[in-house]
Design a protein around this ligand. Structure first.
Ligand code: GLN
Length: 445
């Protein structure tokens, strides 16, 4: 069914980089006998899944949408892939993204342009744009994305699907090609909150192969989906409905708060005073980490090699031809911020700001059950509109980045339409309180 739907709509959406049809059909055929005979009760039995192309898949090309990794075929599966397969899901294919997950519109892919299924003149968001578009277009039942500064939630908002960034450490990053290791998290994109909770059940948990994975018990995320949110306390940061947030978006978020009030929750305005520094701090920290993580792509160990007479020129040519403009911009920025003489003024300062931002969240979440606001300041923008203006592009993540810096979980759920395009409501919770986030999201949905 998935492949039939892909054949119908993929020409318009272009969400996939590579399909896995033969292996998927084989897996689906074998799964029945195999799981049933072993008595395995796979919660995701036979469900078609799409994976962002920065999640490694054994024997299936994994490019991170970069020309540099054009020929890379991993020899193992990421932990999340093993877990999905153990739960019975079938990998349909690998999804388009911004190169190495750097971007907010999918326009930084080294291969193709993915389009928003609601309006093909618009971007799907990024960097997990293929992950959001494929679910919105009905090509797969669910997908996995990765979120470093908003890359699950912003495309989920733009494409009208549900996208969850779990608590940092909740889901193993083993086999996720690292962009900014202290911020990256894998999470599910689905049509409904309940589906999302099922997928997170399957992929969560401690993994000794990821030193930052948390040894914290995984509850059943579907257990709290009762629709009951009576007495819950919601915080609404004034910074999240202020200047820069589109008026239509604001109206929809206010309506959402009225809906939640009708369900018995209460809300109050609060402040996250350091949020205004989040984007600046993020681009220093994320770029610094990226410049170190991407050092391994030298044309020797992985990917496409441009052979020269000596090693240094081989490195230089392979990297300058393999990486796209945005990736180069981040590597230069990060290398600069980490260089001696500038380290204290930039990297160290940004780390200090990060601590203040985290404290803001801890203070508010000590008094409230969840924080609510929009996911993105606008609806999906036109293809080409921001691509030559990196600073405007970076501002799309102004409401999602603080959450990654704080390490807390957050979901984007559809909250109506403006200009014929979906709007996302963001619900942010305490560390490891995904159940509470799902509970509120489900009641609102
Ligand atoms: N848009 C942000 C960036 O370009 C976030 C990306 C992400 O979350 N992977 O860095």
């Amino acid at each position: 069914e998935s492949y039939k739907r892909i054949e119908e709509v993929e020409g318009k959406v272009e969400a996939f980089l590579h399909l896995n049809e033969e292996a998927a059909r084989k897996a689906a055929r074998e799964m029945d006998d195999h799981l049933v005979s072993k008595g395995v009760d796979g919660a995701l039995f036979g469900l078609p899944a799409g994976l962002k192309d920065n999640i490694v898949t054994k024997g299936l090309r994994t490019t991170c949408a970069s020309k540099l990794l054009d020929n890379f075929i991993p020899v193992h599966d990421a932990t999340v892939v093993q877990k999905l397969h153990a739960a019975g899901a079938v990998t349909i294919g690998k999804l388009n993204m911004d190169e190495f997950a750097m971007g907010s519109s999918n326009e930084n892919s080294g291969y193709k342009l993915t389009r928003n299924p609601w309006n093909t003149e618009r971007v799907p968001g990024g960097s997990s744009g293929g992950s959001a578009a494929s679910v919105a277009a009905g090509e797969v039942l669910f997908s996995l994305g990765s979120d470093t500064g908003g890359s699950i939630r912003e495309p989920a908002a733009f494409c009208g699907v549900v996208g969850m960034k779990p608590t940092y450490g909740r889901v193993s990053r083993f086999g996720l090609v690292a962009f900014a290791s202290s911020l990256d998290q894998i999470g599910p994109l689905t049509r409904t909150v309940e589906d999302n909770a099922y997928v997170l059940n399957a992929i969560s948990g401690y993994d000794k192969l990821d030193s930052t994975s948390a040894n914290v018990e995984v509850p059943d995320y579907t257990a709290g989906l009762t629709g009951d949110i009576k007495g819950l306390k919601i915080a609404v940061p004034k910074e999240y409905l202020g200047e820069g947030v589109n008026a239509e978006v604001r109206v929809h978020i206010e309506q959402a708060l009225t809906t939640l009030e009708g369900l018995g929750a209460t809300w109050e305005e609060v402040s996250l005073p350091h949020s205004k520094y989040a984007v600046a701090a993020y681009y220093i920290l994320a770029s610094s980490e990226a410049s170190a993580n991407l050092a391994r792509f030298d044309g020797i160990r992985y990917g496409v090699r441009v052979e020269e007479d000596n090693l240094i020129d081989t490195y230089k040519k392979s990297r300058s031809q393999g990486f796209g403009d945005e990736v180069k911009r981040r590597i230069m920025l990060g290398t600069f911020a980490l260089s001696s003489g500038y380290y204290d003024a930039y990297y160290k300062k940004a780390q200090q700001v990060r601590t203040l931002i985290k404290q803001d969240f801890d203070d508010v979440l000590a008094q409230y059950d969840v924080i609510i606001g929009p996911t993105a300041p606008t609806t999906a923008f036109q293809i080409g509109e921001q691509v030559n203006d990196p600073l405007t592009m970076y501002a799309n993540d102004i409401l999602t980045i603080p959450v990654n810096l704080a390490g807390v979980p957050a979901i984007s759920v559809p909250a109506g339409f403006a200009y014929g395009l979906p709007i996302g409501l963001q619900i942010i919770g305490k560390h490891f309180a995904e159940s509470m986030v799902y509970r509120v999201a489900h009641a609102f949905e």
